[in-house]
Design a protein around this ligand. Sequence first.
Ligand code: XBP
Ligand code: MG
Length: 253
Amino acid sequence: MALTTFIFDVDGTLADTERDGHRVAFNRAFAEAGLDWNWDVGLYGELLAVTGGKERIRHFQELRPELVLPDQTPDFVARLHASKTRIYTEMLARGLIPLRPGVRRLLVEARRRGLRLAIATTTTPDNVTTLLEHSLGAGSTAWFEVIAAGDIVPRKKPAPDIYLHAMDQMGVRAEQCLAFEDSANGLRAARDAGLTTVVTVSDYTRDHDFDGAALVLDGLGEPGQPCGVIRSGRIRGPLSVFDVDTAHRLLPQ
Ligand code: XBP
Ligand code: MG
């Protein structure tokens, strides 16, 4: 079946959001709550193995059982995470997190050539719309027919649920889609949903196992700023930018 749809992950794929965005927002929310927790760059890289901010906080608590919460109410983690999301979206609204190279170029070309666009992400929906509106431009949220995000599915990545939900909402089959991811968890989710997947590695995921990816790049590339091919998969010959023609070469006809 012909390629009709691109489905994008958000964090690490559309933008490098984790080290200087989410991580900083978590630490500011901890300080606001009077917690002396500090997730440095190294520790955060380890915690990223767990997707979902609330799940990541709970995982951290399991790692550090000696840390006594000042507030034992059951919704404390949810409230702490809501503070983090407020802080993070305020950072995004100040334009602090740009799109990765090539993302705008590929999205504009895909729309011009009639491809359908969707998002499948573990992050909170507000984070997606705020990132898009302040990095891609006002009204750009509407470029995506479906924004499947966060708690809308019972199981987060590496479970395939968020990709299956996005495809179901769009009424498309996996054979018609190409997924874009940056992490092993994301690749696993996309592959288990039956999706051909392009990986653009990010700083935190460069050393992940990307077995099963159709193509692994260091980014989508820009004219004059060629992408680096880490694993060429089905693509033969040189590749300087990932574009719609490259996407058509990737999908088995
Ligand atoms: C990345 C995640 C998210 C973010 C934090 O999602 O796992 O949890 O790290 O966002 P993806 P929240 O790569 O699927 O976009 O705190 O809103 O979960
Ligand atoms: Mg990601």
